[in-house]
Design a protein around this ligand. Structure first.
Ligand SMILES: [Zn+2]
Length: 116
């Protein structure tokens, strides 16, 4: 989740076609999709969203050797988590995000199945 501006999910509701997403419609009751896509709490300019700043901060953490966790609160199963990943990896942070994903892969592979 990102804070400090309009919720990042609103960027995706405003700028992508969520209502007609085939996978979402396969796994989610259409009534739920209608509730989430037909009325949103607001409209925001693209430069009001906070996720580019968050992404830039993540890039600094990754370059310093840190690991960054991603999560979503389940407001929209499936897509919501992807939106969070895409926002973190947006803009100039993309290369840092790729390095970060390789580091996470190495981290979890080194621990093998049944990790604590
Ligand atoms: Zn509908």
């Amino acid at each position: 989740m990102n804070y400090g501006g309009p919720f990042g999910e609103d960027y995706w509701y405003l700028n992508t076609e969520v209502h007609d997403n085939a996978k979402l419609n396969h796994f989610t009751p259409h009534k739920v999709i209608d509730e989430k896509t037909k009325r949103r709490p607001g409209w925001f300019r693209k430069d009001e969203f906070a996720f580019p700043k968050l992404s830039a901060q993540m890039a600094k953490l990754v370059r310093a050797g840190g690991l960054v966790g991603v999560g979503s609160h389940g407001q929209l199963q499936g897509l919501g988590y992807h939106w969070e990943m895409w926002m973190l990896a947006s803009g100039p942070a993309r290369s840092a995000a790729l390095r970060h994903s390789q580091r996470l892969k190495d981290y979890w592979q080194a621990r093998g199945p049944g990790v604590d």
